[in-house]
Design a protein around this ligand. Structure first.
Ligand SMILES: C[S@@+](CC[C@H](N)C(=O)[O-])C[C@H]1O[C@@H](n2cnc3c(N)ncnc32)[C@H](O)[C@@H]1O
Length: 291
């Protein structure tokens, strides 16, 4: 049955994520004997790097052996995100100036992994490798690389900028709230939620106006918007804070207009009424105009 196969994909992703996360085991054993600074030493010293590479190669071999065919591709991505989350956690607990980059690695890997897992739960029929949102768009990848470049350049030239703990904590709060709101929206909308904006109405598609949809018309976009800016606040990246705000705002303004055109076509007066009652949730974005 197609349904059970998709649920299996979700289960494979959980096991593979945890397998990737097991990269934590060796430094945890080491740190239990010593100081937390060991974590950073472990990640930077040659033997630590070799152990992580061996771990990645071994888990890949194991995944390939267990999950042949398309499931291997799911397992590989989930495992890669698990390793990234594990390395992020290690950095987070190191007493160095890389702590905030560790928080960022955890936020990024958790976001992409949980997009897949939640889709597997709420709408398994739409589940595909794209549900990880890892290849969202060229612009999205460029934005991520730009933030790594800005962080590294500023860390080398103005290191004091990267030690504004209060700013990083504010970013972490934005990330946690944004992530929570987005996942709450996905769980509330259930099978009506789809990463690809639908232009044809499925028979089962109903208008959702309850839960977080009673507060915002586009809660998952509101969550993603603040999550993305929060990642840059967390990294204390002034250029990317401005760049991400402008780029995400423009992206969601266009996306909402396109989406609402379909929603009015699907639900007619019901959506117009809903639109009158509830705002989009994004600043200065009112959605499509209805006469
Ligand atoms: C990526 S989801 C985003 C949903 C919503 N814009 C949000 O931010 O939470 C896109 C899909 O959700 C559907 N959708 C958006 N709002 C909806 C609602 N209130 N009820 C049911 N389906 C909705 C659209 O038809 C589209 O296929």
């Amino acid at each position: 049955m197609a349904g059970s196969k998709l649920v299996l994909e979700g289960r494979v992703s959980v096991k593979s994520f945890l397998l990737g996360l097991s990269v934590l085991v060796i430094p945890l054993i080491r740190t239990s004997f010593g100081h937390l600074d060991w974590v950073f030493d472990y990640l930077t010293e040659t033997s630590g790097k070799i152990v992580i590479c061996v771990h990645i190669a071994a888990t890949n071999g194991l995944l390939l052996l267990i999950y042949r065919g398309p499931l291997y591709k799911v397992a590989l991505r989930a495992c890669f995100l698990g390793v990234t989350f594990g390395c992020g956690l290690m950095l987070s607990f190191s007493e160095t100036s890389w702590t905030h980059f560790g928080w960022y690695m955890c936020s990024l890997s958790f976001f992409h992994y949980s997009e897949y897992l939640v889709t597997a739960i709420i709408n398994p029929r739409s589940l595909s490798l794209d549900s990880f949102l890892l290849n969202h768009s060229v612009e999205y990848t460029l934005a991520a690389v730009s933030s790594w470049v800005e962080f590294t350049v500023e860390k080398l030239t103005v290191p004091e900028l990267k030690q504004l703990k209060w700013l990083s904590v504010a970013g972490l709060i934005m990330v946690l709230c944004g992530e929570g709101l987005r996942k709450a929206a996905m769980l509330t909308a259930g099978s009506n939620f789809n990463h690809i904006v639908q232009n044809e109405k499925a028979q089962s598609h109903v208008l959702v106006t309850s839960g977080v949809y009673a507060y915002f018309r586009h809660p998952s976009y509101v969550g993603w918007f603040y999550w993305s800016i929060g990642t840059q606040v967390m990294l204390c990246n002034p250029v990317c804070i401005v760049g991400y705000t402008v780029a995400s705002w423009r992206f969601f303004r266009e996306r909402i207009e396109e989406e609402e055109l379909s929603l009015i076509h699907f639900f007619a007066e019901d959506y117009v009424e809903y639109k009158k009652r509830v705002s989009t949730g994004l600043p200065f974005i009112s959605g499509i105009r209805v006469n």
